[in-house]
Design a protein around this ligand. Structure first.
Ligand code: NAD
Length: 358
């Protein structure tokens, strides 16, 4: 088992990475104050792992309630969030209840937001079961839901007590979901660690084939890098925004197609290709590095061509994105592997990138 610590002073917490961790009651117990726990999961993950997590928590002496949400990004909204509150209030859950988010990023983001709001804040533990949630969404405390006018627009910064990333759960993950997770692994390497980027290039086949050791190493390094950025800038006053590399274009793809058409990671993969194109156009990035990035994204079975939503529509969607500051769309651009620049860009260049990417 590997440990990574997210250094956030009194809000610091451990990330545990390894196989069969969801059966280890000793990993859960130190992070649960009271005797009551609510597992929040969904209709896909509950039959796969619900019983094992529940059994571990019961062995730790906890009274366990399970809340099963509908599956999918389309359900990451107020109605589904309210189901969590209904179930907790229905069971008279008090301030000492601990929520356990068992599932991918959608369950994790919603459970974290529910934990931030319920009785003005109760503790929660992340048990991410997708590659994307293990390498990215479970770490860093961004929680929330979507609004019809924009993704993740309603939410809170709220840190978990611990993250328990069981690599074994990735065995049941569909290949398309695994690829979507690799997008965030590639993103983290591209913005922060050239040696890790080299390693991913050399090990992309093993990662594509769900090799446990390769996945554990990818999760560990991604978490270490993300933890470092989050520790330096918990509330995204500056540096943390680099984690949004590929997301300005990616969010526009997701919102434009309708949430759930493309997976978040697929949109981020294509968004990185578009951000790299814009970086070259602005003279920041060399063509060879752009090609390297595009090749790796393609090798991870991620889309490298954007859906044809229309240039005006893309611009409109990107203006809604929360990184648009006083009307200027902010882009996270690449100068080289491991080095980024956050900047606005001339409309003509953005439109040229959009035209070239479709
Ligand atoms: N909070 C953050 O910092 C942050 C960062 C990145 C992404 N996100 C959010 O994360 C979400 C995407 O997360 P995701 O990619 O995990 O999607 P997801 O939560 O929708 O999970 C993908 C699919 O896999 C299923 N699944 C989960 N675990 C499984 C397993 N072990 N075996 C089989 N199926 C399994 C899910 O039920 C779902 O159908 C988006 O809403 C995105 O906005 C948040």
């Amino acid at each position: 088992m590997i440990h990574v610590e997210v250094e956030l002073g009194e809000r610091a917490y451990p990330i545990h990475i390894g196989a069969d961790l969801i059966d280890r009651e000793a990993l859960f117990a130190p992070h649960i104050r009271g005797t009551s726990v609510a597992i929040v999961t969904n209709t896909t993950v509950e039959p796969l792992y619900g019983t094992r997590v529940r059994a571990a928590l019961e062995r730790a002496g906890k009274r366990v309630q399970t809340i099963v949400l509908p599956d999918g990004e389309a359900h990451k909204n107020w109605q589904t969030l309210n189901q969590i509150f209904d179930a907790l209030l229905g069971q008279h859950a008090d301030r000492k209840v601990t929520l356990v988010a068992l599932g991918g990023g959608v369950v994790g983001d919603m459970t974290g937001f529910a934990a931030a709001c319920y009785l003005r804040g109760v503790p929660f533990i992340q048990v991410p079961t997708t590659l994307l949630s293990q390498v990215d969404s479970s770490v860093g405390g961004k929680t929330g839901i979507n609004h019809p006018l924009g993704k993740n627009m309603i939410g809170a910064f709220y840190q978990p007590q611990a993250v328990i990333a069981d690599i074994g759960t990735l065995g049941t993950l569909p290949q398309r979901e695994r690829a979507a997770g690799l997008a965030e692994v590639i993103k983290t390497a591209a913005i922060a660690d050239p040696a890790f980027f080299d390693w991913i290039e050399a090990n992309i086949d093993a990662l594509n084939h769900c090799d446990a050791l390769a996945l554990a190493r990818a999760v560990k390094r991604s978490c270490e890098l993300k933890a470092k950025v989050v520790a330096a800038d918990e509330r995204e006053a500056g540096l943390r925004a680099i984690l949004n590399f590929g997301h300005t274009f990616g969010h526009a793809i997701e919102a434009g197609l309708g949430y759930g058409q493309w997976l978040h990671g697929e949109a981020v993969g294509c968004g990185m290709v578009m951000a790299a194109d814009l970086s070259v156009r602005l003279g920041l990035l060399d063509e060879i590095t752009r090609e390297r990035l595009v090749r790796l994204i393609g090798a991870a079975h991620l889309p490298t061509r954007a859906p044809a939503l229309g240039t005006d529509r893309y611009v409109e969607l990107m203006q809604v994105d929360k990184k648009a500051d006083s009307g200027t769309i902010k882009f996270i651009l690449l100068k080289r592997i491991g080095d980024t620049l956050i900047t606005g860009a001339p409309d003509a260049d953005v439109r040229a990138t959009l035209a070239a990417s479709i």
